[in-house]
Each structure stands twice: as C-alpha cells, then as structure tokens.
Design a protein. Structure first.
Length: 364
C-alpha cells in the first residue's frame, strides 16, 4: 500500500485510514459531516498526492495532446487549464483529467489515482514518432485548499496566488517555498490546488494550518470529498464515468469541442449525437428507506431501468441523494422511482442536477 508524504500528518490528526486506488488515505478525521460543512462554510484541506501529475513537453506537445483529449488546448494561453476527457475509439471515457499550459510547449496533466498507470500507458502508446517528452512528476505531492474562506486564507500567504482566476495556474512562493498553484477543485466551492515535489510541499502543510487558524481550517478526508462532489454532481471515474459511457451520456458535452478538429473518439461521439442516446445520467433524491449506494437497482413499474452510480446522505441538504444512468425519456424531475439496495426498498424521485448550488438548493 502506498503512502503519501502527508501520511504522518494524517496519523497525527487522528485520520481514519482506508485503502483507495492502491493508497492508504484518510476517509475522515472527526466526522464526514463536520468536514463537509467546514468546506461549505469555511475552509478545509485535502491531501491529493495520490493523483497523478504528468508533464508533457516538446515542439509537438500541443497537437499530440489535442488528438488525445476532448477539450481545446489551442485556446489556452500560458497559465490556463481545461477540464477534459481521454476517450477510446468508441467514444467512451478512459479518464477525466485537467490539462494546464505551464509554458508555451509544456503541459501538466492531472490524472485520477485509479488511472495513473493506464493513462501513462495510453500517453506512451500514442506518442509514436512525435517530438514529445512524457514524465510523471517524481515524488509528487498535492494539496487542495477548498471553501469560501480559501481565498482570504491564500491572500494572507500570497496575494498574487489569490489573484488567480478560475482554472488558472502559476508558480508562487508560500512560506519561502515555490509551488504550482491552480484555482481549481472538486467541491463546488472556491479553492486552490497545490502541486510540487514532496520536499517542497511538506513544509507548506504547517504554514497553511498556522495561517488557517483564524479561518477555521480543518483537515478533510475522502468521505467529505465524495459528499461534496456528489452534491454538485461532479463525476467520479469508475462511477459516473467509465469505458461504458460517453461524455454526452454523462451530461458533459460541454467538455467536447467538435470544432477543434480530429481527436480520438470524435467520430463515435458525432454518430451518437446524430443517432441519439438511449440512456443518460440523472439525479434523484431518496424520500424513504435510507441511503442509496452504488450498484443499487432502480425500478419503474417493476422494470429495472438503471443502476445507482453514486449515492450518499447530503450534509448540506439534509436528505439522501444519488445519480444513475436511466432511459433518456425519463423526466429530469418529478419521476417517482423504486430502488433496491440489497433487500432494502427505497422510494425516490428524480431532481435536476446539481443538487446543491450556493444560495440555491435543487430538489429541496
């Protein structure tokens, strides 16, 4: 089992450790609910060192990546990033990623922990004779600072970093240590993600907590990360995204730029767009029976019409929510459903996603 550089900090803070994608990670420190609400109302910090950091550079780096991803890198200037997908020829998703342009011909690709090896193999497979170099960052570490007070906290340490706009990245000094900082996250709140070698980022943990005392900064685990992303209907690879579903079915058509030219999976997506989809992703809230969990069956008129991809109790909303692929003709809201979680029967109703918006609640 792999350990991140912050493993001793997790133990020191009474983190409950669990296996995740080959890593031993904290699922929670105090409680998932407390950590979740801290991020919604104040600020929390997550260890994201398990995610892959891959540098791609060279004269042909841009056209090489353009052929592999759904979004359009050509429109990104230095210091900008895009959310995108790697697809196979069938148009289904191999991973969802972030790609940042660090220099004119140098990019940082952030990949999911569960897909690190597969993504590196995919990148190498399509390198061919291109003038491109690929390297996974050695001894990489990552931290995510998330919540409405993330900006004020960052401003205390680096007003320049706090000047970043959404999806921008730059190199800044925090506590006399240089680190890449992006204004990105996986919670639906404002925030930053910090990427650097472990030796650089380890001291920043203490700097952040010292500066974060007045803002109520708390460490957060995978449990809160999952409830936060579910509330805002962000996908998780292996749940909403996999090699059985396309971005269009996942309601992520906005990350697919057909007009940029050829990319792997483009023709399959154009065909699906033309012929139509059979299923797509829907949101639901549970009205009785408890919490829905992944792989629970969804029935309508005694017929199985779908399977739960994600389900949790929403700390912000106060009721259970979930996502599932169902027939495209299913109404976005108001459709009554029956769910079976093992032998447990639940009743649910479709609601529009995201479930949670700042100052606005869907499905409440």
């Amino acid at each position: 089992m792999n350990h991140t550089p912050f493993y001793p900090h997790h133990l020191k803070n009474s983190g409950k450790m669990v296996p995740f994608a080959g890593w031993e990670m904290p699922v929670q420190y105090t409680s998932i609910k407390e950590e979740h609400l801290s991020v919604r109302n104040k600020v929390g910090i997550f260890d994201i060192s398990h995610m892959g950091q891959v540098f791609v550079w060279g004269p042909e780096a841009e056209p090489y990546l353009q052929n592999l991803i759904t979004n359009n890198l050509h429109k990104t200037t230095i210091g900008k990033g895009v959310y995108a997908h790697f697809l196979n020829e069938q148009g289904t998703v191999l991973d969802d990623i972030y790609v940042f342009r660090i220099e004119k011909e140098k990019f940082l690709v952030i990949v999911n922990a569960s897909r690190r090896e597969a993504d590196l193999a995919w990148l190498e497979k399509h390198k061919a004779n291109r003038n491109v170099e690929i390297m996974e960052a050695p001894q990489a570490a990552g931290l995510a600072l998330q919540g409405p007070l993330a900006g004020p906290l960052m401003d205390k340490l680096s007003s320049q970093a706090n000047g970043l706009s959404k999806n921008e990245i730059g190199e800044f000094e925090i506590g006399e240590v240089s680190t890449l900082i992006s204004r990105t996250g996986y919670t639906g709140e404002d925030g930053f993600e910090l990427f650097a070698p472990a030796g650089h980022l380890l001291p920043i943990w203490d700097v952040l907590f010292q500066a974060g005392k007045e803002f109520g900064l708390v460490p957060c685990g995978l449990g809160a990360r999952d409830t936060l992303r579910t509330e805002v209907a962000y996908p998780l690879y292996g749940h909403e995204l996999d090699d059985h579903h396309t971005p269009l079915e996942a309601r992520l058509g906005w990350v697919v730029k057909f007009d940029k030219g050829p990319f792997i999976g483009r023709e399959a997506l154009l065909k699906q767009k033309s012929e139509g989809m059979k299923n797509k992703l829907f949101g639901f809230k549970v009205e009785s029976g408890g919490v829905a969990r992944p792989n629970g069956q969804i029935l309508l008129n005694d017929n199985v019409i779908g399977t739960v991809t994600s389900g949790t109790f929403s700390p912000s909303l106060g009721f259970p929510i979930g996502m599932a692929y169902m027939p495209i003709e299913t109404p976005d809201e108001g459709q009554k459903l029956t769910l079976y979680q093992g032998t447990r029967e639940l009743t649910a109703v479709t609601v529009k996603m995201p479930f949670y918006k700042k100052n606005s609640v869907c499905g409440a």
